[in-house]
Design a protein around this ligand. Structure first.
Ligand code: PHE
Length: 474
């Protein structure tokens, strides 16, 4: 008999549905936009290798810890932590960690939707270019023909200067996210993931193979995997850790929330491994998809957040069938973004349902509209409010606009803090028998997991957090 799990009686219909949805949550703008941007800015190899270390030694144990809390608690993040705390006879105040996570997820989805809106805009740009070429009888021509590099790169500037256009894209993306979340787990989230994720992998591999054929994959691989350790500063380590957490959806209680819908008897250890492996593979493949193209046309890998949006459209110009490849590329990012934004909005929504007793519709509306409004502030930061520096008093954020501040503060501060608390809670406070029976790990794996979680995670995260945020103490 299928065992219904969550507080609302809704749940994943199978283990593979959960894995697909969790991979959908993990794989997103983090892999395809944030990872290449940071790897490029941080000089490649050393960042990438440190990032992989963070995923294996810190990310995987934390992933299992969050799945455990969700599976054992079977309700929203706050309620799940409270339940595990009560069963372990420790203070229910630990549930505040779930509240912190829900707040972080709420803040992240606000700017996430704005960036996804840029993606949507480029889908439109390449769709009109591709269909224009098709109707002109030249389906294999490059993208945006006849335009100079300045004109193509300038599109980003035109978009940023137009608050109404940014707002429309943000509205469309957030609205879609909200509708899917309001429909619930098996009806909305699961259906979206089981359709979109396979399409995503087909597109990803297709474009990577294309890039390897026409681009410079050797130089890209050398850039991504040859470390220059002098580039590994405390700040780079902090952003690599933040990126590992962001990409695996950790520290925001997202995996706790998704884990609460898992059915009984699902092996948690191998599930965590599958999710971590898939997410990291996609980030690395994304690097191998993007950098060969960047190098082939002699572009700067350290272009920053505009790398994907500004330089790649230029790269597509000189490629055969570039407008089709460009269209597919941005559809790919959009697909990945929507399955992630769903999971982000789900965290506060589940909190409203579980803790406040709101209906799913009401809860998703409250948080969806709230995040939409914060997103408006983020997008106005590119035009009307371009001088605003929300955390300008803090040297780390002195130069950052509204969107980068929300991104940086959640990624560099809130996610590591969330991860720190989760590792202490599960590593030190949770009842051992509950841990053993829920995870079902073999004794050896259990010992390794508990060691990494109880010792390495809190120490490493605390050190990276403090030195990254306050480099002057070194
Ligand atoms: N992991 C997602 C990405 O890589 C972002 C995300 C973070 C989703 C936290 C859910 C929770 O894009």
């Amino acid at each position: 008999m299928a065992i219904s799990t969550s507080a609302t009686g809704d749940g994943w219909s199978s283990r593979s549905a959960f894995i697909l949805a969790a991979i959908g949550a993990a794989v997103g703008l983090g892999n395809l936009w944030r990872f290449p941007t940071l790897a490029g800015e941080s000089g490649g190899g050393a960042f990438v290798i440190f990032y992989i270390g963070c995923v294996v030694l810190l990310g995987l144990p934390l992933l299992l810890a969050e799945i455990f809390i969700g599976r054992a608690g079977q309700t929203d993040a706050v309620g799940s932590i409270r339940k595990v705390a009560t069963q372990s006879r420790v203070s229910p105040a630990w549930s505040l960690v779930g509240g912190l996570g829900a707040l972080a997820a709420f803040l992240i989805v606000s700017f996430y939707s704005v960036v996804a809106g840029w993606v949507l805009y480029y889908v439109g740009v390449f769709a009109s270019d591709f269909f224009g070429a098709l109707f002109a009888g030249e389906p294999f021509r490059g993208a945006l023909q006849g335009q100079s590099q300045e004109q193509i790169a300038g599109r980003m500037g035109d978009l940023f200067a137009n608050p109404w256009l940014l707002l429309t894209m943000h509205l469309l993306f957030m609205g879609t996210t909200l509708i899917i979340v309001a429909r619930g787990i098996s009806g909305g989230i699961e259906k979206a993931a089981t359709w979109l994720m396979p399409a995503f992998f087909v597109l990803l591999l297709g474009i990577t193979i294309y890039g390897a054929i026409v681009g410079d994959i050797g130089e890209a691989a050398a850039f991504l995997f040859t470390p220059d350790w002098s580039k590994l500063t405390p700040e780079v380590m902090n952003s690599a850790l933040g990126q590992a957490l962001f990409s695996l959806s950790l520290g925001v209680a997202g995996i706790i929330t998704y884990g609460s819908y898992i059915r009984q008897g699902t092996p948690l250890g191998s599930t965590a491994l599958a999710i971590g492996f898939a997410d990291t593979a996609v980030a690395l493949i994304a690097g191998l998809m993007i950098f060969p193209i960047v190098f082939a046309v002699g572009l700067d890998p350290a272009a920053g957040p505009t790398l994907v949006f500004q330089t790649l459209p230029f790269a597509f110009e000189s490629m055969p069938a570039g407008s089709l490849i460009g269209l597919l590329f941005f559809v790919l990012i959009l697909v990945a973004a929507i399955t992630s934004s769903i999971s982000l909005l789900e965290v506060p929504t589940a909190w409203g349902v579980g803790e406040m007793g709101w209906s799913r519709t009401k809860s998703s509306l409250i948080f969806g509209v709230g995040a939409f409004l914060i997103g408006i502030a983020c997008l106005l930061g590119y035009n009307v409010w371009s001088d605003v520096r929300p955390l300008g008093f803090w040297s780390l954020f002195a130069e950052t606009d509204i969107l980068d501040t929300v991104d940086g503060f959640t990624g560099k501060v809130m996610l590591p803090l969330g991860a720190l608390f989760v590792s202490i809670f599960v590593g030190w406070r949770a009842d051992r028998r509950l841990l053993e029976s829920t995870t079902g790990l073999s004794p050896i794996m259990f010992t390794i997991w508990r060691f990494l979680l109880a010792w390495l995670c809190p120490l490493a995260v605390a050190i990276i957090l403090v030195t990254g945020l306050f480099p002057s103490i070194l």
